[in-house]
Ligand binder design. Structure first.
Ligand SMILES: NC(=O)C1=CN([C@@H]2O[C@H](COP(=O)(O)OP(=O)(O)OC[C@H]3O[C@@H](n4cnc5c(N)ncnc54)[C@H](OP(=O)(O)O)[C@@H]3O)[C@@H](O)[C@H]2O)C=CC1
Ligand SMILES: CC(=O)N[C@@H](CCC(=O)OP(=O)(O)O)C(=O)O
Length: 348
């Protein structure tokens, strides 16, 4: 079967990565691409690397242009998907890469985002383990509205959810520090980051509790464990185009050894295609996941500190955005979950 596809926000980084992956999808046919300031341009003049799209031209992002497709991917700035999607038919599968429909509690939205809360869509993180031991995948099978997680939120959630659910870590002193690449901020923001500012620099931002992925991670961990957690979350911008490396730590419960930790993570992820649990002593690296839909996870116990350390790596544009969007769409349509999602990265 062939599903007709539109990608809105196709001129951005998220949209570009969606198109790169969708080009290999056996059941999707991209018919329409849209943009905002660059509408009217040839897609290839904006994304010269997308050679397979020939003479496709970016159209304006309107409900009329997007309607009539089976699947609509949105990669727009926050706050731009609400009115647009209200005008689309209820049976169109809409997958929004933005944050507008991720949060379940209005207070979390108003604490961290400007504008009105737009309500909640099904959260597009198939591997998220839930309190009863099921996976979020089951909630994606019959939905037509999907909210793609934030990229940092994915790296941290996947690292912590199994341990929290199993009760092997404490809930009130969880800490995460992330190294992140600038493409996470989008193309518009990235083009204003001069090499002279970015190279040779590591720059923290939103490091003192103000990052908007904080409530999203807490929500995910609540859904995984039934517990409210206290979590500090501090990103650091580093000079790599793509990638997130998150180091999360939490106090470990008395008597838990490394074999027990491995058992917990194997139970959660042992059969997951896109989660790679590292051998003892091996570390995740952004260079090994970039270009792929994989998340690497390693764990160890700092005995002197009494803490579990979980290190996770993913490509913010891959598993962190476009990969999660396509994986969730595949599940919602009842087709092969891994269609067009690479396991291999690109190296160097
Ligand atoms: N980059 C990442 O790693 C991640 C991004 N996301 C989310 O995905 C979404 C897209 O991000 P990203 O691709 O990085 O951003 P970019 O800045 O790279 O792209 C933004 C896109 O939105 C279009 N656009 C800009 N303003 C408007 C407007 N007023 N109305 C309609 N379209 C508009 C732009 O069009 P034009 O170029 O023509 O102006 C462009 O196509 C965001 O919500 C982001 O938070 C989520 C997870 C990770
Ligand atoms: C470098 C950088 O700025 N990264 C972004 C990641 C954004 C993202 O994952 O997604 P949403 O904006 O869709 O939530 C940040 O930390 O805010």
């Amino acid at each position: 079967m062939t599903f007709s596809v539109a990608v809105a926000g196709a001129s951005g980084y998220g949209g570009g990565e969606l198109l790169r992956l969708l080009a290999t999808h056996p059941e999707f046919e991209v018919r329409t691409v849209t943009a905002h300031s660059q509408a009217g341009e040839r897609l290839r003049s904006v994304h010269p690397h997308l050679a397979s799209y020939g003479d496709l031209v970016l159209e304006q992002t309107t409900p009329e242009v997007l309607a009539g497709h089976d699947v609509v991917f949105l990669a727009l700035p926050h706050g731009k998907s609400g009115a647009l999607t209200e005008a689309l038919p209820a049976d169109t599968l809409v997958i929004d890469a933005g944050a507008d429909h991720r949060l379940e509690r209005e207070q979390d939205w108003t604490d961290y985002y400007p504008g009105d809360w737009a309500g909640t869509w099904t959260y597009g993180m198939p591997e998220l383990i839930l309190e009863d031991g099921g996976k979020q995948r089951r909630n994606l099978t019959d939905t037509r509205r999907i909210a793609v997680p934030g990229c940092n939120a994915t790296a941290v959630t996947l690292a912590l959810a199994p341990a929290l659910r199993a009760g092997i870590i404490g809930t009130d002193d969880i800490s995460t520090v992330l190294a992140v690449g600038p493409s996470g901020a989008g193309k518009k923001a990235s083009v204003s980051m001069l090499a002279s500012e970015l190279l040779g620099n590591a720059a923290p931002y939103n490091a003192f509790g103000g990052h908007r992925h904080n409530p999203e991670i807490r929500q995910n961990l609540r859904n995984a464990s039934g517990k409210d957690v206290r979590l500090s979350f501090s990103p650091v911008l580093v000079p790599m185009a793509r990638g997130i490396l998150a180091t999360s730590t939490a106090s470990i419960a008395e008597g838990v050894d490394l074999a027990k930790v491995r058992e917990v993570f194997e139970d959660a992820y042992g059969d997951e295609t896109f989660i790679e649990l590292m051998e003892d002593g091996a570390y995740p690296r952004t260079a090994d996941v970039n270009g792929s839909n994989r998340t690497q996870i390693a764990f160890g116990i700092d005995e002197r500190a009494g803490r579990l350390i979980v290190i996770s790596a993913l490509d913010n544009l891959g598993k962190g955005t476009a990969g999660a969007a396509i994986q969730s769409a595949n599940i919602a349509l009842g087709i092969e979950e891994s269609h067009s999602l690479p396991i291999n990265g690109v190296a160097p």
